[in-house]
Design a protein around this ligand. Structure first.
Ligand SMILES: [Fe+2]
Ligand SMILES: [Fe+2]
Length: 208
């Protein structure tokens, strides 16, 4: 699914993710300072990703391809949660409690609440795809800039995996909706996400 590895490229280029605003590079240094917080936040992001896939399956059981494609992603995301948890334990950190997710909450507020069931599906797929893209971008930065070789490798695996999920959500959107409709709504999501990123205070204890 992800082409960059096949071509032997080391990283997922920012441009491939379509995001409008790159992360401020200062974030990585901040993140290195609060590794325990980043790992806790990361663990809950993975948990939420698994839950989102389960919700999509529950809400749209009639969409056969969606159910088929997202079922293994639930397992994968939960596997990610377990990988992060193992890292937390290896470092003798604590999992800690889930913080209020300002980034996700603001993106959720942008999601269409009314409209048809189909339109809500489009928004849910794009919402998931966007979070995967931003997560992938953040993992790429952690992989690239953290100095610990073990952590570099650790985040590389997440970067590759979330890039694949980003592609999958967009592919599902294009499967069920006309290309131009997906393109228009995706563009508006990208603009909104860039505005949210700009509004949010740079913080080394959050993944987003
Ligand atoms: Fe994940
Ligand atoms: Fe993912």
């Amino acid at each position: 699914m992800i082409k960059s590895e096949e071509k032997g490229e080391k990283n997922v280029p920012f441009i491939m993710l379509g995001l409008k605003l790159p992360t401020d590079p200062r974030w990585v240094n901040l993140a290195e300072i609060s590794l325990e917080d980043i790992l806790t936040d990361h663990a809950y992001c993975e948990q939420k990703a698994a839950v989102s896939c389960i919700s999509l399956i529950q809400g749209f059981p009639d969409k056969k391809e969606l159910v088929r494609e997202l079922s293994p992603i639930v397992t994968e995301e939960w596997g990610h949660f377990r990988m992060v948890l193992a890292e937390i334990e290896r470092r003798q950190f604590n999992l800690g409690t889930q913080r209020k997710d300002l980034y996700v909450n603001q993106l959720l507020a942008f999601q269409q609440k009314g409209g048809s069931r189909e339109d809500r599906l489009l928004d849910k797929l794009l919402f998931c795809g966007l979070i995967e893209a931003r997560s992938c971008e953040r993992f790429r930065l952690l992989h690239e800039y953290l100095t610990d070789p073990y952590l570099k490798e650790f985040y590389y695996k997440f970067m590759v995996s979330e890039a694949g999920h980003y592609v999958l959500f967009l592919d599902l959107a294009r499967l069920y909706f006309p290309q131009d409709k997906v393109k228009t709504r995706w563009e508006s999501y990208l603009k909104e996400e860039a505005a949210i990123m700009q509004r949010l205070e740079l913080s080394g204890n959050r993944l987003h």
